[in-house]
Design a protein around this ligand. Sequence first.
Ligand SMILES: *Cc1c(COP(=O)(O)O)cnc(C)c1O
Length: 409
Amino acid sequence: MSAYDFSAHISELAQADQLRARRLVSSAQDASMVIDGQRVLSFASNDYLGLANHPQVVEATTRALKKYGLGAGASHMVTGHMAPHEELEERLAKHVGMPRALLFGSGYAANLGIMSALAGRGDVIFADKLNHACLNDGAQLSRATVTRYPHNDVAKLRTLLAQWRESGCISGSSVRNGARIVIATDAVFSMDGDVAPVPELLELAEEYDAMLVLDDAHGFGVLGYRGRGVLEHFNMIGTGKKPANDRIVYMATLGKAIGGYGAFVAGNEDMVDWIMQSARTYLFSTATPPAIAAGCIAALNIMAEDHQRRRHLRMLIDFFSDSLKLQFARMPFSQTAIQPIIIGNNTTTLQFAELLRERHFLVPAIRPPTVPQGTSRLRVSLSSNHVADDVFDLITAITDIEVTLLGSK
Ligand SMILES: *Cc1c(COP(=O)(O)O)cnc(C)c1O
């Protein structure tokens, strides 16, 4: 095969049932959407609190759009840092109990910037095996030595850290004196919905003088009674003047529960300042449109005050997982809006998703390389915009299809 024969490469993907296709959406984000010309009940979005198309959010965005226009026109460090950005940073920091927050263009850009600002050649990064792609890419970009530990395996991580301390080298690469150590983990894992053991990881960070990077893209707005995310979940919210622990590098995105676009990092003042001074994806990229920042402020207000949304979502999560966990042995325990049903092989998973779609339910089939080989799954995302009947109907459909397709019971 010629190196440039891209059509052959694509055929290979198709053969392995790994070809991806986009769907055309012609309605706003909601429980019910028009996708590829068909009205479906969508269980496929990260808009967990139904804020992407909330009237107050749309209105705040429109108002800012009229005042500030479309684009920021420059990076934050030149002339792109506008009043809505500043206000959003202050509000986000306060919401997660941190002294300081810094906005990034996207979660992907944030993780590239954060990881390469915190670690460099001669430093060492310990990363969970199931971390999101952009934490991995950030770790690679930093040029630090990267070691991946088995998923949520604190004991194994402790062993790796001890080995590193004893030998001064890891995976064959030697580490410089006074090296920084970064432990990086998704706070909520994006394909499994489970939560990282943050208190135990923080203990290790203390013991080994490391920083702890938490990517809370899926926990922010969902976890904690006030939606403050994984830190609230573990009762580790800081005072606002001080983080609960200076080693915490808290990152979350604005494209999921906030329903907007962008991301932020929050933590102790000096660390955030350092990231601002050195993260290349911050310095060399245009600031997000100011109207988006204004819309995110409106969404944050609702997220912080409208507890009914979170309560309803929590009820749906419990209802869904309680109903199906007995039926699917391989349904990982998840207390979040991400509810995976592991099917195994690609073909059956695709068929399952297709049969759901014939019944007008949109549930994505997630396949390698997004998840490990042999763990293809349906990934159900719940939102406070769903009503209990929506979830009931989905459970019924899944149960029916399981019998015809997998022949069980
Ligand atoms: C979605 C996601 C990101 C990327 O955020 P974007 O703003 O979409 O670029 C990063 N980390 C995790 C865990 C995510 O799920």
